[in-house]
Design a protein around this ligand. Structure first.
Ligand code: ATR
Length: 269
C-alpha cells in the first residue's frame, strides 16, 4: 500500500487524512494517508524517515512550508512563485515540491462558489506565507485590481512589487472609501481571535468575504463581514478540499470529485 501523510506542528486537527481517504476510496486507490507531528527543528528528519520507510509523498502544513521549499530538489513554477511548498512527491530523482494552495483557492471560488475573478476588484488581506501562496494564481485570473493590505505595510509593498499585473499595496487606513467584489482574509489573525483593523464599507453589492481559515463556527473575520453586511461569507474548507484534490492529482494522476467530499465535511461539522 502506498503511504502518504500530512506533516505539521500541530497536526492533530488536520482534516487532510479524512479528505484523502475519501478521495482514495472514490477512485479505488490503494493508499494510506496519516498524520506526522514533526518537532519544530526536525522537519527534514521526519521527511527523510518517512521516505526511507516507504512514504511516496506528503502534504506540508504550518509551520514547515518554507522548510519544505528549501528541502525540495525540484520545484514547480508555482511553488517557486509562492516561496513555499505544501505538496512533496518523493521521486527517484529527489524531492519534487509543489504548491497547490492557490489553485485550491481559485478552484473553490470558481467551481464551488461560482465566483468569476476576471475583471473583479479583489482585496487580499495579509502578506505572509498564506497570502504569498495564493497571489500568483489570483493574478492569473486577470482581476481588474488586486489590493494587498497588511499590518506591516512594508511586507505588502514587497509582495506587490514582485507580483506583476494590477497589484498594488495599501495601508489599512488608505483603503477607506474603496470597495471590492471579493475580500480574502489570508492573515492568521483569526487564530488569535482577532480581525485586522479594516475600514468599514469595503463590500460592493453582492460581494464575497472569504476567510482562508476554516472553523466549525464563524471565524472572527466572518463575524466581522456579517456585521458589515457582506452578501456572501465563507470559510476556507472548500479551499482545503480543492488543494487536497490538486495534491492527489500530483501523486496519483487522477482528479478526484471534490463536491461529495466537501458536502461530507460540511455535514460533519
Ligand atoms: P501564514 O503562513 O499563516 O501566512 P505568516 O507568514 O506568519 O503566516 O503571516 C501571518 C499573516 O497574518 C501576516 O500577514 C500578519 O501580519 P504582519 O505581516 O503584520 O505580521 C498577519 N497577522 C497575524 N496576526 C494578525 C493580527 N492580529 N492582525 C492583523 N494581521 C495579523
Amino acid at each position: 500500500m502506498d503511504r502518504y501523510a500530512v506533516i505539521g506542528n500541530p497536526v492533530s486537527h488536520s482534516r487532510s487524512p479524512q479528505i484523502h481517504a475519501a478521495f482514495a476510496s472514490a477512485t479505488a486507490q490503494d493508499m494510506d494517508y496519516g498524520r506526522l507531528l514533526a518537532p519544530l527543528d526536525g522537519f527534514a528528519q521526519v521527511v527523510a524517515e518517512f521516505r526511507a520507510g516507504g512514504g511516496r509523498g506528503a502534504n506540508v502544513t504550518v509551520p514547515f512550508k518554507e522548510a519544505a521549499f528549501s528541502l525540495s530538489a525540484i520545484l514547480s513554477e508555482r511553488a517557486r512563485a509562492a516561496g513555499a511548498v505544501n505538496t512533496l512527491r518523493f521521486d527517484a530523482e529527489g524531492l519534487f515540491g509543489d504548491n497547490t494552495d492557490g489553485a485550491g483557492l481559485v478552484a473553490d471560488l470558481r467551481k464551488n462558489l461560482q465566483v468569476a475573478l476576471t475583471g473583479k476588484r479583489i482585496l487580499l488581506v495579509g502578506a505572509g506565507g498564506a497570502a504569498r501562496g495564493v497571489l500568483q494564481p489570483l493574478v492569473a485570473e486577470r482581476p481588474a485590481l488586486l489590493v494587498i493590505t497588511n499590518r506591516s505595510d512594508q511586507k505588502a509593498r514587497t509582495l506587490a512589487s514582485v507580483a506583476g499585473g494590477p497589484v498594488i499595496a495599501r495601508r489599512f487606513e488608505d483603503i477607506q472609501g474603496e470597495a471590492f467584489n471579493i475580500v480574502i482574509n489570508a492573515t492568521s489573525a483569526s487564530l488569535a481571535g482577532e480581525v485586522p483593523p479594516l475600514p468599514t464599507g469595503l463590500f460592493l453589492p453582492g460581494a464575497l468575504a472569504y476567510d482562508m481559515m476554516y472553523a466549525r463556527d464563524d471565524t472572527p473575520f466572518m463575524a466581522w463581514a456579517r456585521a458589515q453586511r457582506a452578501a456572501r461569507i465563507t470559510d476556507g474548507l472548500g479551499m482545503l478540499v480543492e488543494q487536497a484534490a490538486e495534491s492527489f492529482f500530483i501523486w496519483r494522476g487522477i482528479c478526484p470529485d471534490t463536491a461529495p467530499v466537501l458536502a461530507m465535511l460540511r455535514a460533519a461539522s
